[in-house]
Design a protein around this ligand. Structure first.
Ligand SMILES: [Ca+2]
Ligand SMILES: [Ca+2]
Ligand SMILES: [Ca+2]
Length: 523
């Protein structure tokens, strides 16, 4: 008994001492003190030195600045198991919650020579900027300039490459990362299941998965992320996300302005069963020879689950307008989703193209109805209950004409569009979508607005030119929308894309039922 008690005591003491000795290690490129990492004044100036010194449960706090992993293409910031990295400090904070990571950009850059110009001059950049580790946390960083154009493992995951690990990636911005044919320009998960939360992916490039690639049985949880303006190369698929033999949970995410050269403007799925819930797909395109699935493409025995997603204005440039495509024995289950506009052009047009395998569709609002003309399906959908065909009555938004050329600010990573004639309420357009060229297809989620300007992620200075007409879109529901209370209450869908509780009685008729689409109506 005494022995057992002693052992328990020893274990407790070890646990307590481990907690006591877990420490904060400081990194600030501009620090001029002892450089031992013990305080902001004496911070390490090199993040690699801090990583070398860290042990499990330590936290590394990194102040604003640009940090490059090394001089060689194989250098990377290799996270350590159980070590948390926090970026976004100004170098005075005493607590993590005092930092402002959007204002104090802490950049992990793979651009060794600091000479990148878009995707030019990146042949000397590192293959992977960050390599993940189990139970590591990466929170509040900008990851840019990775170029996975090598062979084997060095052809995946330019920004971050996770192999068989479960890190947490939060509040990070991935932009300007590239990978070769097999993709995962920003982030590749290989038999890895990280949590990816509150991150933004824009302006990344790669073949199969310009922003994110999940393969070899990866099951990441991707929540509240924005995928905007990513583009595949060559005959690439899945500009936002490419899932191969993987079943990610994709929840509360926005996909806008993504462009696939082949199929799957937003997401390409093959094999296994991703879940997409409370996601909004607007203004994505597929451009290539196959011209298929501007938003989601499902191939090869893939059984994705789609719940409370809104698909609006996803369009191909010149051919038929297929929003979602499923073939080769793929069998999606679709509940509470909106598929609306634009009306496809020509006889080949379809919002949903389904070739074989059962499709299950219930409580959806589909332009033209579940049996066409914009649904091409070998037979009637299974579980065909509660599907409607009625204008969803999106809130919509203002139109106008830009009064000057757009500008890009490298300090905020955002482009500003200007209409001097506008009189918007500051902040009212945040989260809505702008089609900067009303004659084009692509739309981008709006990050902020003033009375006469609005901001979007990335360098889009060439897309909103003086004199060009634009449109703003808001895919929330108007009062009286047929989507209100027309969905089915689903156990896993407890909130909407805004975080509003589901099964809300938003229209005050005494009936609290889930709405169709990504947003719950609240009067
Ligand atoms: Ca470079
Ligand atoms: Ca409702
Ligand atoms: Ca109601």
């Amino acid at each position: 008994m005494r022995y057992k008690f002693s052992v328990a005591c020893l274990v407790l003491c070890l646990l307590v001492s481990d907690e006591l000795f877990a420490s904060v290690i400081y990194v600030n490129k501009a620090a001029t003190g002892s450089g031992k990492g013990s305080s902001w004044a004496n911070a390490y100036t090199n993040l690699q030195d801090a990583l070398a010194a860290a042990k499990a449960k330590d936290e590394i706090w990194v102040a604003a600045g640009i940090y490059v992993p090394g001089k060689n293409r194989t250098d990377a910031f290799r996270l350590k198991p159980g070590v948390a990295l926090y970026g976004g400090f100004n170098g005075t904070e005493k607590a993590v919650n005092q930092r402002d990571w959007a204002a104090n950009l802490t950049v992990l850059s793979g651009d060794v020579l600091g000479n990148d110009a878009a995707f030019a001059n990146n042949s000397e950049n590192v293959y992977h900027v960050v390599r993940g580790a189990d139970k590591a946390i990466l929170d509040g960083f900008v990851i840019t300039g990775g170029n996975a154009d090598g062979v084997g493992a060095d052809s995946f995951g330019g920004g971050m490459y996770n192999v068989g690990v479960r890190p947490t990636v939060r509040n990070c911005i991935f932009f300007g990362n590239a990978a070769a044919t097999w993709g995962g320009g920003a982030l590749c998960n290989s038999a890895a299941s990280p949590v990816v939360q509150g991150c933004v992916f824009f302006g990344n490039s790669g073949g199969f998965g310009a922003a994110m690639r999940n393969h070899y049985f990866s099951s990441p949880a991707v929540r509240n992320c924005t995928f905007s303006g990513n583009s595949t190369t060559a005959e690439g698929c899945g500009a936002g996300m490419f899932n191969d033999r993987s079943s990610p949970l994709v929840q509360g995410c926005i996909f806008s302005g993504n462009s696939a050269t082949s199929a799957g403007g937003a997401i390409f799925n093959c094999f296994l069963s991703p879940t997409m819930r409370n996601c909004l797909f607007a203004g994505n395109v597929a451009l290539g020879a196959f011209r298929r699935a501007c938003a989601v493409d499902n191939q090869w025995y893939c059984s994705p689950v789609l719940e409370n997603c809104t698909f609006a204005a996803n369009e191909e440039m010149a051919w038929a307008g297929t929003t979602m495509n499923s073939q080769r024995s793929s069998s999606p289950s679709i509940r509470n989703c909106i598929f609306w506009g634009p009306v496809p052009q020509g006889s080949k047009g379809a919002l949903i193209d389904h070739f074989d395998g059962p499709i299950s569709m219930s409580c959806c609002n589909i332009e033209g109805g579940e049996k066409g003309p914009f649904v091409r399906n070998g037979g009637e959908p299974a579980n065909s209950v509660g599907n409607i065909n009625a204008d969803p009555m999106f809130v919509g938004g203002p139109n106008g004409t830009w009064t000057q050329n757009a500008t890009y600010d490298a300090r905020t990573l955002q482009s500003t569009f200007t209409d001097a004639q506008a009189a918007w309420i500051p902040g009212e357009l945040k989260g809505k979508f702008v089609q900067p060229d009303a004659g084009g297809v692509l739309q981008y989620v709006i990050v902020a607005n003033s009375a006469t300007t609005l901001a979007v992620w990335g360098d889009l200075s060439a897309t909103a030119l003086n004199g060009k007409p634009y449109k703003v879109h808001d895919y929330h529901l108007q009062k009286g929308s047929p989507c209100i209370d027309a969905g089915a209450d689903l156990a896993d869908v407890t909130n909407d894309l805004d975080g509003t509780p589901r099964s809300t009685d938003g229209n005050g008729d005494g009936n609290a039922v889930t709405d169709i689409g990504a947003y719950e109506f609240v009067e």
